[in-house]
Design a protein around this ligand. Structure first.
Ligand SMILES: [Zn+2]
Ligand SMILES: [Zn+2]
Length: 265
């Protein structure tokens, strides 16, 4: 009898542990509404093409065709550590792997195509001299950050960590230094974040009620959580991280909560 009770206690503890390991933790939370800028850098230049407006928004991490990633999770499947670049790409139905990226026009950038010319074709090092390509995601942690973290693996797990981050999908020759991948023009994101709420929807963002789910149940069952590897861990940056910039002061009057309530009227 005692053994049975003890076994039961152990099973309960195990179940609790598994639950907390799968539970989303930290921001973004339900009710948050962040904006990140993204840009695509192909070998040596930015591609001025944007993913189109996603009208069939199921998760709340998507784009309005404005060059921004809008992060306003509708359910806990995309909060905390599940608010990732993979969640964004799934929502807008764009293919992203560690070696390929689908462009807005549908073409696929593929590392195996060796599409980028060497910046140093006379190098004695064949790996440098030959053409090649590597897909990286660069993440500037804040609007003020000058240097970015670079990710080359587990790109779908790269997280959104705050309002006003900047991302570049960089498809570059493998010998290119991360520091030589330029920071994109952030004027649009700055303007967007600084506008008073009533002026903010450069693209109308007011229909953000979320998808209508059966029975009004807004929280997915645990089994519905997307599979991510090591969800609680941040991917390791490809290079030693630069000292972190101090976090931005919390936004005040431009909170999207204000914006949504005014836009809904
Ligand atoms: Zn939206
Ligand atoms: Zn938005």
């Amino acid at each position: 009898m005692l053994l049975v009770v003890a076994l039961g206690v152990v099973l309960i503890l195990v179940a609790r542990n598994e639950r907390s390991a799968n539970a989303p933790a930290g921001p973004p939370r339900l009710g948050d509404h962040w904006h990140s800028l993204y840009a695509i850098y192909d070998c040596d230049e930015f591609i001025f093409d944007l993913y189109p407006n996603d009208v069939d928004d199921q998760s709340g991490i998507h784009t309005h065709g404005d060059g921004l990633i809008h992060i306003h999770p509708f359910h806990t499947g995309v909060t905390g550590q599940f608010a990732t670049m993979g969640a964004f790409m799934r929502e807008i139905e764009v293919e992203l792997t560690d070696s390929t990226l689908e462009l807005p026009d549908g073409t696929i950038l593929d590392e195996s195509d060796d599409a980028c010319a060497s910046p140093d074709p006379d190098s004695d090092d064949a790996a440098v001299a030959e053409p090649g390509a590597e897909l990286r995601i660069m993440r500037w942690e804040t609007l003020q950050a000058e240097k970015a973290l670079a990710f080359t693996d587990d790109l779908s797990d790269v997280r959104f960590l705050g309002d006003g981050q900047i991302f570049v999908f960089a498809f570059v020759h493998p010998s290119v230094d991360n520091a030589d991948i330029p920071r994109p023009d952030d004027a649009f994101l700055r303007a967007y974040l600084n506008l008073p709420p009533e002026d903010q929807p450069l693209i109308d963002d007011s229909n953000e009620e979320g998808p209508i789910l059966d029975g009004g149940e807004n929280e997915p069952a645990e089994g519905d959580l997307p599979e991510t590897s090591e969800p609680a861990e941040l991917p390791e940056p490809a290079e030693p991280p630069e000292p972190a910039e101090p976090p931005e002061p919390a936004a005040e009057e431009n909170s999207m909560g204000n914006k949504q309530s005014s836009a809904a009227s």
